[in-house]
Design a protein around this ligand. Structure first.
Ligand code: PLP
Length: 391
């Protein structure tokens, strides 16, 4: 009842996956801080409850709630976004297989694909999805998976998931999309034909920068293969983290709509500032993917990036002058966070590689929280003034 597909996302964030209420039951599901559960004698092992299997009541509630939010048959909660990405890929690839991935990826995902998968005999080709034909040019008879991240970290490009989705279907391969920057509020990935939607739930889904988690959603057959690997490799979520994540999800739509609004207003404001060379935000008319983002995004997101004039020293001065926004990696929380990818997500890539991805020195990534707009403008004004004093 509480998972009905016709319910609003705000309703599903609160009630999705919840058991039918019974008199005397707590309104807030308790943390079931137990590793294991009594089993009946002679019960088949598939029914055993054990927290590494992902079937502890807190884990199972999140799985049902996320599936309801994504509009998928099934979901699984894992102990990090990287666990969700890595195990989803491993669930469909064997040694000798091939994966095609967008070249615009979170740095650690890029390292997983360029160093770890080849070590396991999986070949990876990177493509530039701004050329929609690039996907088809890169596939081979051994291609088992396609991987896209949108909006991209940290350049906020938006590429059409329907292009690799159609190709994946034709090939019998799995399209995996990392939708962390969008959250289910801003993009309805399953409706666009994505076979496996993954998120770092550490970010917008949790929303309070107080947990590490990942989710994967798709058909029962896709998700059960990932769950089988979670049992083997072990990145299962702690019940208390699942409980915290449930608390975060209850306000997901409120937070994200506020973050969408504030980020759009700030993007327009940064665009007017002389100290700023370029603003990357899909909601701006000048953004290269604005038309597509307008078609496929319900909101343009709480992430925005910009390049300040004066390169690395200007970006450092900007960061040091901030008094409200916090200089820290990660994103999607209620507090505004600022980071320079050359120090964080893309630290392992060379300056040339970063430049090829559109990340010159001076690039700043802003995760907009839920603070007051004017307070943020005042803080960023101080940052821009400091940046302009460096050159
Ligand atoms: N995907 C994206 C787009 C990210 O930005 C991150 C982390 O920053 C991850 C995946 C990895 O998530 P986690 O830190 O939860 O493993």
């Amino acid at each position: 009842m509480s998972d009905r597909a016709d319910l609003d996302l705000s309703t599903l964030g609160v009630h999705g996956g919840a058991p039918e209420p019974e008199p005397g039951a707590p309104v807030v599901p308790p943390v079931v801080q137990s590793a294991t559960f009594f089993g009946g004698t002679g019960e088949p092992s598939s029914r055993l409850l054990y927290s590494r299997y992902g079937n502890n009541p807190n884990q199972a509630l999140i799985a049902r709630k996320i599936a309801a939010l994504e509009g998928t048959e099934s979901s699984l909660l894992l102990s990090s976004g990287m666990a969700a990405i890595a195990l989803t890929i491993l669930s469909v690839t064997d040694a000798g297989d091939h994966l095609v991935a967008s070249k615009f990826l979170y740095g650690t995902t890029k390292t997983l694909l360029s160093e770890e998968l080849p070590r396991r005999g999986v070949d990876v080709s990177f493509v530039d999805p701004s050329d929609p034909g690039a996907w088809r040019d890169a596939v081979t008879p051994r291609t088992r998976a396609l991987l896209l991240e949108v909006p991209t970290n940290p350049t906020l490009r938006f590429f059409d998931p329907r292009v690799p989705a159609a190709l994946a279907e034709e090939l019998g391969a799995l399209l995996i999309v990392d939708g962390t920057f969008a959250s289910p509020v801003n993009v309805r990935f399953a409706e666009l034909g994505v076979g496996a939607v993954v998120h770092s739930a550490t970010k917008f889904l949790g929303g309070h920068s107080d947990l590490i988690a990942g989710v994967v959603s798709g058909s029962e057959s896709v998700v059960s293969k990932v769950q089988a690997l979670m049992k083997l490799y072990g990145p299962a979520p702690d019940p208390h983290m699942a409980w915290l994540l449930d608390r975060g999800l209850r306000t997901l739509t409120l937070r994200v709509s506020r973050q969408n609004e504030t980020a759009l207003a700030l993007a327009r404001w940064f665009e007017q500032r002389d100290e700023v060379e370029v603003v990357h935000y899909p909601g701006l008319e000048a953004h290269p993917d604005h038309a597509l983002a307008t078609e496929l995004m319900q909101g343009f997101g709480g992430m925005l990036s910009m390049v300040v004039r004066g390169g690395a020293p200007a970006a450092d001065a900007f960061s040091e002058a901030l008094r409200l926004a916090l200089v820290a990696p990660s994103l999607g929380g209620v507090e505004t966070l600022v980071s320079q990818p050359r120090h964080t997500s893309h630290i392992h890539q060379s300056p040339e590689e970063r430049l090829d991805l559109g990340i010159p020195d001076g690039f700043l990534r802003l995760s907009i929280g839920v603070e007051g707009l004017q307070d943020l403008k005042d803080d960023f004004s101080a940052g821009l003034q400091a940046a302009s004093g460096t050159h």
